[in-house]
Write a protein that binds this ligand. Structure first.
Ligand SMILES: [Zn+2]
Length: 100
């Protein structure tokens, strides 16, 4: 993830497209949504890339999986190599030795 500054440097360092880099931009994910009373406190916020944050709520804004359910789903999909569109790109770059 990256904090939103220095996009060009992030793209160059990891050999990403701008679109992939933007999916990896850091966001603040509210574990309990603000619309459900979740607060802007450290205990209720986790850093998540834009992709991971938006996928939790995609298609189910009122019935998103719990943070634990979502974590388990993401970890299972990562283990299967089927989660993030940037993973295969970064793995290829790593294997080619072009990412440090
Ligand atoms: Zn992510």
């Amino acid at each position: 993830m990256w904090d939103g500054d220095g996009e060009a440097e992030f793209v160059e360092r990891y050999h990403l497209t701008v679109a992939l880099a933007r999916l990896l931009r850091a966001t603040a994910e509210h574990l309990e949504a603000r619309q459900d009373g979740g607060r802007d406190t450290a205990a209720n916020i986790a850093a998540a890339c834009f992709h991971c944050n938006s996928m939790r709520h995609k298609g189910r804004p009122r019935a998103a999986p719990s943070p634990v359910q979502y974590r388990n789903r993401v970890q299972a999909r990562i283990a299967a190599g089927k989660w993030h569109p940037a993973i295969k790109h970064l793995q290829k770059a790593d294997q080619a030795g072009i990412v440090s």
